[in-house]
Design a protein around this ligand. Structure first.
Ligand code: HEC
Length: 279
């Protein structure tokens, strides 16, 4: 019997106490969950109601696609987005991909800039002018065209190819960059996006390292309410590198395209829903 008291104490410290603590943290986690859920409830409502402010961008982009512009006075209707000249439907679901004519893996905006250069005779500078609209401002022609092209893949399955060595390298480099720690806080993307069920304030922090990435990736381009203007993944990369306290990446740079390839390939098989309404 003398032996039992210490045994009981051990039981309390080793089993009961951790159980109590576990219970408390589960309650906290549940409370955090419901805050995020409440915060996201209005987004869900907005998305279910249908109709999105970005619909105007899509309309403008559609017009711009067939409008004769630039020194060559040509439209983009012969632009090859990867599925052959002029094929828009489904093209975004397979971007980024490798293009032999440029020798690069290109994402949506990068490829559109190429088409504006080659078909319309615009310089890169002219083509990607004002590539990110001011908050609450008006989208640039490039952004509007991107919204239109992406929407033409709405409801289709993401199928980003990993066939060429260049495409495989883009994925590997994107992965490296995703886990690379740097900057004043030694943050990587993974610091905020490699666990499930996390949040900052009211914003859910999606896990982007596995198939869960699809829940985020597949909902872009989007209309983030806090921005007051439609946005694409190129913008999201800029905004998140800011979150990371890194210098702003160059528009359509390999770093950005590689990150998009990494998350996109992780999302293969998911159904695109674009545009969505976001926080
Ligand atoms: C310091 C934390 C932090 C870091 C580091 C960070 N992000 Fe984010 N990220 C966020 C937050 C917060 C949001 C949600 C913003 C919102 O809801 O307004 C977000 C949103 C996103 C989204 C969109 C999610 C969705 O469902 O719409 C993607 C994609 C993303 N981040 C990718 C990245 C990538 C790639 C990196 C590295 C370059 C990165 N993030 C680095 C905090 C971070």
């Amino acid at each position: 019997m003398k032996q039992r008291t210490p045994h009981h104490k051990t039981a309390l410290a080793g089993f009961v106490l951790p159980l109590l603590l576990l219970g408390a943290s589960a309650v906290r986690a549940q409370a955090a969950d419901s805050v995020t859920q409440q915060g996201n409830a209005y987004l869900q409502m907005m998305n279910e109601m249908g109709g999105n402010p970005a619909d105007f961008n899509i309309d403008d982009g559609k017009k711009l696609w067939s409008e004769k512009r630039g020194p060559k006075h040509a439209s983009l209707q012969q632009c090859d987005l990867g599925l052959g000249p002029g094929v828009v439907k489904g093209a975004y679901a397979q971007l980024p991909r490798y293009f032999a004519d440029t020798g690069r893996v290109q994402d949506l905006e990068s490829r559109l800039v190429t088409c504006m250069e080659t078909l319309q005779g615009l310089t890169v500078r002219q083509a990607d002018q004002d590539h990110f609209a001011k908050e609450g401002g008006n989208a640039s022609p490039l952004e509007n065209i991107a919204m239109y092209v992406a929407h033409e893949s709405d409801g289709m399955k993401i199928a980003i190819p990993q066939n060429t060595p260049q495409e495989k390298l883009a994925y590997e480099n994107g992965k490296k960059l995703f886990f690379y720690r740097a900057g004043p806080f030694s943050f990587s993307c993974a610091a905020c996006h490699s666990e499930s069920g996390k949040r900052i304030k009211i914003s859910a922090l999606p896990n982007l390292t596995n198939a869960e990435a699809a829940q985020s990736y597949a909902t872009w381009p989007a209309y983030p309410n806090s921005q007051g203007v439609a946005r694409t993944l190129e913008w999201r990369m800029l905004a998140c590198e800011r979150q990371q306290r890194w210098p702003a990446p160059k528009f359509t740079s390999n770093a950005v395209i590689d990150l998009i390839t990494y998350m996109g390939v992780n999302s293969n098989g998911a159904t695109l829903q674009t545009p969505t309404f976001k926080r």
